[in-house]
Structure formats: structure tokens, C-alpha cells
Design a protein around this ligand. Sequence first.
Ligand code: KMH
Ligand code: ZN
Length: 280
Amino acid sequence: MDKLIITCAISGAEVTKEHNPFVPYTIEEVANEAYEAYKAGASIIHLHVRNDDGTPTQDKNRFEQAIRAIKEKCPDVIIQPSTGGAVGMSRDERLQPTQLPIEMATLDCGTLNFGGDDIFVNTENDIKHFAQIMHEKHILPELECFEKGHIDMVLRLHKKGFIHDPMHFSFVLGVNGGMSGEERDFIFMKESIPENCTFSVAGIGRYEFTLAELSIAQGGHVRVGLEDNIYVSKGVLAQGNKDLVLKVVEIARKYGREIATPEEARKILKIQEMDYEKTL
Ligand code: KMH
Ligand code: ZN
């Protein structure tokens, strides 16, 4: 089995300090949370940015500031900006971080309800457009699939030449409006992707650690972080992202799975084969 790649989704766009005071908003807070997660074992930081008041933004300059601040503390970490942004943002707004020299970015692979009245829109043409831009810029897309239909979309667009190898999937399970995060859901998703692909699992809320454990046991990778879940155990708020990462490291130890460094993660995901200078 490959070493375990831990991605930490440190802030997201929806969760706020009212939910957990450790959700980072300012550049300094973002850099500190990323650094603590990295020291705990994360090799990838899934990055959203906020204005200082906590409102989500996809502003390119804000991303650039955040990336610089993170890289100052942990130069080798892989930074994976979100192109999902927040519900309701336009596609051009969402795509701004792809104008920066980044190694990875998320590519959301289908539309879904997103709690309450929200709809997270990712049409087929959106997906093709985002995929094409990432391909041209040698950015590895993390293929975010919130249900099985999204995997079918990826496989169809791969066949048609819009999505390219290497394919790295992220199963985001447990969103209100997407697929739930029971064991059978995970197995269904895992068995629906080609064998030569890599995958990571992000369990939302109470699914975070049960899915992490299943993925660790079965050779997959894991995403945790305050974007997905604010509790380290039932009713106990995490005292920062590091608590969530450390808990995954502990589970990995139980299964004898070693933790990948960022350099090892680049090899596993074949990022270094993408042949592009990514320096800011
Ligand atoms: N904030 C969600 C609407 C991504 O990062 O690509 C979308 C999201 C997915 O978080
Ligand atoms: Zn996200």
C-alpha cells in the first residue's frame, strides 16, 4: 500500500468562528492553521480564503497572499486551492486561483443540493471548462465527487478527452444533498473508479473518522479539517485543524500505514510528472 496522504481542509467557505473559533479568516490565521496541520502530518492543504470578516472570497490576490504566507512556514507543502468557492459564485470568480502557479486545485464534478435552499452548480460545460484550464496550466485536478453520478460524469469526460490521467478522486460524502457516508456508500464509490486511479475520502460531520478509517484500511487517502467537521470526538470541539489530523495519524498507526511527506505525495499523485515550475 502507498503511504497515506493526508489533506487538511483548514477553513472551507461555509463554517464560521461561531461554529468553531479556530476556523481561520485572516492570512496570519490561515498560515498558522496550515502550518500546524502540516506539522501534524498533512501533506496537502485544501485552501479556501476569506476576507478578514470571514466572508468567503475567490480573489486571486487574497489567494496569493495566503499561499505566500503558508509557503513561508512550510515551503514544501502542497497547496490545493478550491475552485468550488462558495455557493452562488460565478465560474470566472471561482477560477481565479488557477491564474496562480499552483500544483493542484479542486474540480467539482457535478451539481447537488447543498443544504437548505442552496444549490452548488457544476454543469457539464462548467466541468469541461475547469478541466481544460487546469490541463493547460498543468494543474492536477482533485476530482471532487459528492455522489456516484459525479464519478460517471468524470469517466465520460475522461473518455471524451476533457479529463486526463492521472486521475485523483476525492469522495466527499455526507453533504446534505449529496450521498451519505455509510460504509456501503464508500465501497460503491471506490469500486466505481478505475484501478489505476488514486482516491481520497472526505467524510462530512459525523462521517469524518469512520470514513477515514475505512479508506486507510483499504489503501485510500484521507481528507479532514474544519471545513468538513468541527469536532474531534462527539460533542468535543477540535482545538484547531491539527487535532483532526493527529487523530487520522493515530488511526493510520493502528493499521501500520505510514504517513506521506509532501514529496512522497507528489510521487504518489504523479504531480512531479506534470513538468511545471510552481513557485510563487
Ligand atoms: N464550498 C462548497 C460550495 C471545493 O472546495 O471545491 C464547495 C467546496 C468544494 O468547498
Ligand atoms: Zn472546499
